[in-house]
Design a protein around this ligand. Structure first.
Ligand SMILES: *[C@@H]1O[C@H](CO)[C@@H](O)[C@H](O)[C@H]1NC(C)=O
Ligand SMILES: *[C@@H]1O[C@H](CO)[C@@H](O)[C@H](O)[C@H]1NC(C)=O
Ligand SMILES: *[C@@H]1O[C@H](CO)[C@@H](O)[C@H](O)[C@H]1NC(C)=O
Length: 365
C-alpha cells in the first residue's frame, strides 16, 4: 500500500469514525426528551388497560386489531398498529407508557418513565361509563395517578418535584361524553347541549387542577375530532354524509376548551400547555385525502356491512389489504397512518393546529 492509499484509507476511516460518533451523540440527545409521559384518556390512547377490566366489553384484545403492530398481535389497542400514545412516546425517545392496570399489584412495577391510565370508552364524567365497569372514567384515572405519584415521591425523594414538572401529561378525552349526550334522552332533559359542553370543560378543568396539585406542569391536551364523520355516523346517513350536528357540538366544545386552557395559564403558576386541533386536521385530511396519501375517507378498514361500519372489527370481520390508504381502522378509530399524521403535526407542526405551541416546544420550555 503506498502512502497516498494509506492516507486515503486513514481519512475515510477517520471520517466514518467521526460520523458514527456524531450519530451516537445524536442518538443520545434524541433519547428521552422528558423523564416520563403520563397518559389519560379514551380508546384513542388506551394501550391495554381495558384488558384488565373483568366486565368490560370495550375491548380490542382480539384480531384483527394489532395486525400491523410490531408484534403483529392484538394488545388492547383499538388500532391496526401503534396508536397516538405510542407515537408520541416514540417522538420523545421513550418506550410506550405501560397500562396502569398491568403494573398494579406487582411489587417490581416501574412507573419511572410514565404510565398510561387511558381506557377505551372513558369520558370526563363518571356517568359516561353508563354500564358500570366498562371503562375507567377520567376522575378515576386521576385517582390512579395519585397512587403512582405517592410511590414515586417515596422513590425519588428530593428529585420528585423536578421529575413531575418536566414530565408530559397527555390527555385525549371528550368524544365519549358527547356521544353519551347525543344518545341519552335523560341527559337532554337535564341539560341543554351548551350546558353540557360547558360542564365537560369545567369538570376537565377540575381534573387538570388536581394533576397540577400533584406535580403536573406540562399538559398536552387534544381537542375532540370531527366525530360526525366517523364511519359509525356516516353509515346512518342515506348519502353517507357527515352528521353536521355532531361536528357542530364538538367544535363548540373545543372552543370552550381552548378558552378554559387560556385562562388556566394565569390561574396555575408555572404551567405550559399545548392544545391540538384534532378537528381541524381531520377536516383537512377529509377534504384533501390524496395530499396525505389516503384514498378511502368514508369506509372503515376492518368491519362488515356498509362502510364496514355495521359490524365492528371483530374476528369474523374482513379488513382492507392496505391499511395505509384508509383514514379509519374501524367504525370509530383512526388507522396508525392517520395517528401518525396527527402526531407529526402535534409534535412539530405550526400554530395552524397547535396552540400556543407544539409538543416539541412544550417539552423544551
Ligand atoms: C367520580 O367517581 C369517583 C370515584 O372513582 C368519586 O370519588 C367522585 O366523587 C366521582 N365524581 C363525581 C363528580 O361524581
Ligand atoms: C345526511 O347528511 C346531510 C349532511 O349532513 C344532511 O343534510 C341530511 O339531512 C342527512 N340525511 C339523513 C337521512 O340523515
Ligand atoms: C411557560 O409558562 C410560564 C409560566 O406559566 C410562562 O411564563 C412562559 O412564558 C411559558 N412559556 C411559553 C413558551 O409560553
Amino acid at each position: 500500500m503506498d502512502a497516498r492509499a494509506f492516507l486515503m484509507n486513514f481519512f475515510s476511516f477517520f471520517f466514518f469514525f467521526l460520523l458514527s460518533l456524531f450519530a451516537l451523540s445524536f442518538e443520545v440527545s434524541k433519547a428521552q426528551m422528558v423523564p416520563a409521559v403520563f397518559v389519560f384518556g379514551d380508546s384513542q390512547v388506551d394501550v391495554g388497560n381495558n384488558n384488565y377490566l373483568p366486565v368490560s366489553v370495550a375491548k380490542a384484545n382480539f384480531p384483527h386489531n394489532g395486525i400491523d403492530f410490531p408484534t403483529k398481535k392484538p394488545t388492547g389497542r383499538f388500532c391496526n398498529g401503534k396508536n397516538a400514545a405510542d407515537l408520541i412516546a416514540e417522538k420523545l425517545g421513550l418506550p410506550s407508557s405501560p397500562p396502569y392496570l398491568s403494573l398494579s399489584n406487582k411489587k417490581d412495577a416501574s412507573y419511572i418513565n410514565g404510565v398510561s391510565f387511558a381506557s377505551g370508552g372513558a369520558g370526563i364524567f363518571n356517568s359516561t361509563d353508563q354500564v358500570f365497569g366498562q371503562a375507567i372514567p377520567l376522575p378515576k384515572q386521576v385517582e390512579n395517578y395519585l397512587a403512582v405519584h405517592k410511590i414515586l415521591m417515596q422513590q425519588l425523594g428530593a428529585g420528585a418535584e423536578k421529575h413531575f414538572a418536566e414530565s408530559l401529561f397527555a390527555i385525549v378525552i371528550g368524544s365519549n361524553d358527547l356521544f353519551d349526550y347525543f344518545g341519552s334522552s335523560d341527559l337532554k332533559k337535564k341539560y341543554t347541549q351548551q350546558q353540557f359542553v360547558d360542564l365537560m370543560t369545567s369538570n376537565l378543568k377540575a381534573q387538570l387542577k388536581r394533576l397540577y396539585a400533584f406535580g403536573a406542569r406540562k399538559f398536552f391536551i387534544s381537542g375532540v375530532g370531527l366525530i360526525g364523520c366517523i364511519p359509525a355516523e356516516r353509515v346512518k346517513n342515506k348519502t353517507q354524509e357527515c352528521n353536521e350536528e355532531r361536528n357542530f357540538w364538538s367544535d363548540k366544545y373545543n372552543q370552550g376548551l381552548k378558552a378554559m386552557l387560556n385562562g388556566l395559564q394565569s390561574e396555575l403558576q408555572g404551567i405550559n400547555y399545548s392544545y391540538f386541533d384534532t378537528y381541524g386536521i381531520m377536516q383537512n385530511v377529509i377534504q384533501k385525502p390524496s395530499a396525505y396519501g389516503f384514498n378511502e375517507i368514508k369506509a372503515a378498514c376492518c368491519g362488515l356491512g356498509d362502510l364496514k361500519a355495521k359490524v365492528p372489527c371483530v374476528p369474523i370481520s374482513t379488513y382492507c389489504p392496505n391499511r395505509k390508504d384508509h383514514v379509519f381502522w374501524d367504525l370509530y378509530h383512526p388507522t396508525e397512518a392517520t395517528a401518525r399524521i396527527f402526531v407529526d403535526a402535534l409534535f412539530d407542526g405550526t400554530t395552524q393546529y397547535s396552540v400556543p405551541m407544539n409538543v416539541r416546544q412544550l417539552v423544551s420550555t
